[in-house]
Design a protein around this ligand. Structure first.
Ligand SMILES: Cc1cc2nc3c(=O)[nH]c(=O)nc-3n(C[C@H](O)[C@H](O)[C@H](O)COP(=O)(O)OP(=O)(O)OC[C@H]3O[C@@H](n4cnc5c(N)ncnc54)[C@H](O)[C@@H]3O)c2cc1C
Length: 379
């Protein structure tokens, strides 16, 4: 779909019409020319819009629903080869099935997305005890001027998960364009980040460096587009013997402390190399059928480095199954774009809409033209 990358901003409505194959890395510079920005997207710019809405991604935009909430409409080629417009008013059921539907209902050709102003933000950071995470996150983000926020939990084994840093980006109308930070932290972040692979010394060093960086970037000025336009290069593994594995669990806000306590005891029991935990909140999803945010939740994103061996794969599968059980026991869910380690039973418990989702799939695509490994495993 990468060639379907046309972009057209309607400056009277501020809706962006965009081909489904366009990357955020192209869209952000395009919107920047109009001083507009993306409403909801992932932490990094390396993905297509079509892939992003098909997973129904979310990011650092606090107190917002996932990306589906920012989709006004899209055009879909269905299993009969017909071109349909889907929105909250037209083909509503398909609209809710396609968003977060992993390509199983047709091919999205292009979309109409809401945009927001490209504002200037000052960064503010808070170093807190992890047990205060939810209260602090909700306290600092009640300020309507806080437009982006995320937190990191310390994964240094000596002080595992006891401390966190919350970063917020706050509108300040006194800021002038000349104040925008010229510093790129990407290179520094990558060097410090990758040195922590397989090394407790590196993990300790990284947490200390993150705290120092927190002080350095505090009060610096960033534009929204500058923050969103970062590639995955910061984390990316380049050693062919290893791969990076992501997990994400969505936990209702009242159970976040319990989940942090569970992670503290569960993760050290497995032979895995945890590099990073990022936590941000996602509001109840009102748009999609197969939802991961059935209520207001906090998403725990975990990044692991994994050896490319059968034994390491098995160990990661064991850990994933355990963490899914723990998340589900707290009425949480797990994110679907990653490895297919969940059992069928776990998928059905975490996603009670699954049976209806697959029967609607057969209604709209009786010959099962659109398939993928996820469908073949869980249907
Ligand atoms: C390093 C990394 C960081 C990430 N960070 C985040 C994050 O911060 N927040 C978050 O929510 N997610 C995150 N993700 C997950 C990411 O959002 C999803 O994997 C997303 O689907 C990736 O988009 P893509 O363009 O690579 O999609 P692809 O992998 O190409 O496709 C994903 C799915 O969408 C379907 N699809 C793609 N295009 C279309 C189309 N035009 N029509 C119909 N179906 C289509 C595909 O068939 C497939 O099922 C991250 C992933 C990685 C690897």
């Amino acid at each position: 779909m990468l060639d379907f990358n046309y972009k057209q901003l309607d400056t009277s409505t501020n809706f962006l019409t965009v081909g489904a194959g366009a990357l955020w890395a192209d869209i952000i510079p395009y919107l920047d020319k109009y001083n507009r920005s993306v409403y909801v997207m992932q932490t990094n710019n390396s993905f297509t819009v079509g892939g992003s809405v098909s997973a129904n991604c979310h990011g650092w935009q606090p107190n917002t629903q996932p990306i589906a909430s920012t989709v006004e409409s899209f055009r879909l080629i269905n299993a009969n080869g017909e071109l349909l417009t889907c929105s909250r008013y037209e083909n509503q059921q398909l609209f809710s099935l396609v968003l977060g539907g992993y390509g199983l209902f047709g091919i999205i050709l292009d979309l109409k997305l809401k945009t927001v102003p490209n504002e200037l933000y000052k960064c503010k950071q808070y170093i807190i005890n992890s047990s205060d995470y939810v209260n602090e996150f909700l306290r600092v983000t009640t300020d309507k001027n806080v437009r982006m926020a995320y937190g990191r939990i310390n994964i240094n084994p000596q002080n595992f998960m006891n401390e966190s840093i919350i970063s917020t980006f706050v509108i300040d109308t006194n800021i002038k364009k000349e104040d925008i930070s010229k510093t790129s932290f990407t290179k520094l972040r990558r060097t410090v980040f990758r040195s922590s692979v397989n090394s407790n010394y590196g993990k300790n060093l990284r947490w200390r460096a993150e705290k120092i960086t927190a002080r350095l970037i505090s009060k610096k000025v960033f534009s929204r587009n500058q923050l969103l336009n970062e590639s995955v290069e910061v984390f990316q593994n380049t050693d062919p013997r290893y791969t990076d594995i992501l997990h994400e669990y969505f936990i209702p806000k009242d159970s976040v402390n319990q989940f942090i306590e569970l992670l503290k005891t569960v993760i050290p029991k497995y032979d895995v190399d945890l590099l990073n935990i990022t936590v941000r909140n996602v509001m109840k999803d009102e748009s999609t059928f197969l939802k991961y945010a059935n209520t207001d939740v906090f998403g725990f994103v975990m990044l692991f480095s994994q050896q490319r061996t059968a034994a390491a794969e098995k160990e990661m599968e064991r850990l994933t199954k355990t963490l899914i059980n723990e998340a589900v026991s707290l009425k949480g869910t797990y994110y679907l774009p990653y490895r297919l380690h969940a059992s069928k039973e776990q998928f059905n418990i975490a996603y009670p809409q699954a049976a209806a989702f697959f029967s609607l799939k057969l209604k709209y695509d009786p010959q099962e033209i659109f398939q993928n490994s996820f469908y073949l495993k869980y249907k």
